[in-house]
Design a protein around this ligand. Structure first.
Ligand code: VG1
Ligand code: CO
Length: 541
């Protein structure tokens, strides 16, 4: 026999969060830690036996070792074919696409997304199912239950061919296909947009576009798509060399973590559209010369201008946003007379709606936007959507935004993150939960309503509870409170603040100024001072 059965003991911390299992690299390096989780997936998804599995990651530290272990375990668990990206690399949207294209039963995505990498950083593993979407809440619960009682796993003892060259190998009855990680995804994106039109827009003024890959996975994708296929100068893609520690940076495309890029972009003469993506290529940040586009607005603007995007034109059908994402999208859906779904945070809820054919466009305030071309969020898709809108309408980022606000009004939006310890996080959520259960925070705030957000998936019928606490104010303002499910230490409290103003209201103000009083109120309602000794947020996005 070319594989062995290994005795193991269950770990009690393998419950996946918002998007897979994320822990420090050191935790993943604990003997049997990765293998226990991977075997739990094989046990939970018996259809993997005799079928195809996709594998790849964002290239962070430990990516290669983890990929090699998973290939060996796939062999020992009877997988018939493994399709792996060259160098064990695949961006998250590219992996999701490959799962669908290869009609695989599922795939392992090795990523901790925007969390820092390197030996002292984080690692993660995510299992996506047939079609490419993230494991459902039900399947995730099953995997977790198995991981709590696991006693053995199987792993091959065979040596593996190099993953650095593309090609097909046969390993003791299993096929290993090492494929180019970029081309299939680039082809998919090319089919969604009018590339000749974007190419022309870029050729008119090559310096108008700058993209920062933050030394993460999107570098090679951006070079292929923006430079080779669309003719942008090579110099327009910054930090395009992927590094296993992301060059020491925090690969999160937001004005806090990518502040250096934002400042540099503003000083670049002639630059009109700036963009960046995260560690695994599923997030996007869109910048104009004078302002960042709030991801909530970006989603709404794309919905309102979907006719510019060939794959969406004339047939948007339905849209969705995560619950904390501002309701700017709802205004557009109302005017288009299409359904707008409100889901819990995390892409797996969208994947179900996309698979069920309910929606064609969706997004989250956390810099995630995508369409039904793939079952994950897709950073480069969003960048192309903005290029396409600018090219088709002949408008700048600012002009597109202002035209939108003038028509639909504006939903001012800001998120405040508080890094708390686990006890403080729990205490704050419990305190808020008690108020929600009474329906309102205090008698001095008439008309204010508090509730907990629960969700029933209309496709699977599966219900998930307690996905955040909402405070709704009589003037339409809203605050959402929830704990992050992607961190690896302590508890991050996220407070989402939203203040709508109508089309004839003042939508020209600074969002921080507009939302300062609501932020103050939110901190009071959460009891942040007494329960956590805190008054100001650690990060404001
Ligand atoms: C965060 C975001 C959420 C996103 C998730 C995964 O989750 O808020 O919107 O889907 O990250 O994104 P949380 O639980 O920390 O708030 V990624 O780019 O890490 O796959
Ligand atoms: Co990501």
């Amino acid at each position: 026999m070319s594989f062995k059965e290994v005795d193991t003991i269950a770990f009690d911390d393998q419950k996946p969060g918002t998007a897979g299992l994320r822990k420090s690299v050191k935790r993943f390096q604990t003997p049997h830690y990765l293998e226990n989780f991977v075997q739990s997936v094989f046990d939970a998804v018996p259809a993997l036996k005799g079928d195809t599995l996709v594998l790849g990651g964002d290239g962070r530290f430990y990516n290669r070792e983890a990929a090699a272990s998973i290939i060996r375990m796939a062999h020992a668990n009877g997988v018939q074919r493994v399709v792996v990206g060259q160098g064990a690399l695949l961006s998250t949207p590219a992996a999701a696409h490959l799962i669908a294209q290869e009609q695989a039963t599922g795939g392992f995505l090795l990523t901790a997304s925007h969390n820092p990498g390197g030996p002292d950083g984080d690692f993660g593993i995510k299992f996506n199912v047939a079609g490419g979407g993230q494991a459902s809440a039900e399947l995730t619960d099953r995997i977790h239950a198995i991981s709590q009682a696991i006693e053995r796993y199987w792993i091959s003892e065979l040596s593996l061919p190099s993953l650095d060259e593309t090609g097909q190998h046969e390993i003791d009855g299993m096929v290993l296909d090492v494929v180019d990680p970029v081309s299939a995804h680039a082809d998919l994106l090319e089919a969604q947009f009018d590339f000749p039109r974007i190419r022309q827009w870029l050729s008119e003024k090559p310096e108008r576009f700058v993209f920062d890959a933050l030394h993460a996975i999107t570098g090679p994708y951006a070079r292929e798509i923006f430079c080779r296929r669309l003719g942008a100068p090579m110099a327009s893609v910054l930090n395009s060399q992927p590094k296993d520690d992301f060059g020491g940076g925090h690969p999160d495309p937001n004005p806090h973590d990518a502040a250096g890029f934002v400042q540099g972009f503003r000083k670049t003469s002639g630059a009109e559209l700036g963009a960046a993506s995260d560690g695994d290529g599923d997030r996007n940040m869109i910048l104009g010369p004078h302002r960042m586009v709030s991801p909530c607005d970006s989603l709404a603007v794309i919905a309102a201008n979907h006719d510019c995007i060939p794959a969406l034109a004339g047939n948007l059908k339905g849209v969705a946003r995560s619950m904390p994402t501002s309701r700017a999208l709802d205004e557009v859906a109302r005017s288009l007379e299409i359904p707008c779904h409100e889901t819990p945070t995390g892409w797996r809820f969208f994947a179900s709606l996309l698979e069920g054919g309910h929606i064609r466009l969706c997004g989250e305030e956390s810099f995630g936007t995508s369409s039904d071309h793939v079952r994950e969020k897709d950073g480069l898709w969003a960048v192309l959507a903005w290029m396409q809108m600018m090219a088709a309408r002949g408008l700048s980022v600012d002009e597109l935004l202002e035209a939108h606000w003038r028509r639909f009004g504006r939903h001012y939006f800001v998120r405040h993150d508080f890094a708390l310890n686990s006890e403080q996080g729990e205490a704050v959520i419990q305190y808020l939960g008690k108020q929600a259960d009474q329906g309102h925070p205090d008698t001095e705030s008439p008309g204010h309503l508090m509730d907990r957000f629960h969700y029933t998936d209309p496709v699977s019928g599966h219900r998930v509870e307690n996905q955040g606490i909402r405070l709704s104010c009589p003037d339409g303002a809203r605050v959402v409170f929830r704990l992050s499910g992607t961190g690896t230490k302590g508890a991050t409290l996220r407070i989402y603040l939203e203040q709508p103003v109508p089309a004839d209201g003042d939508w020209r103000r600074d969002r921080q100024t507009v939302l300062a009083p609501l932020a103050q109120k939110a901190a009071e309602v959460a009891g942040l001072k007494s329960l956590a000794g805190r008054e100001t947020a650690d990060v404001i996005i």
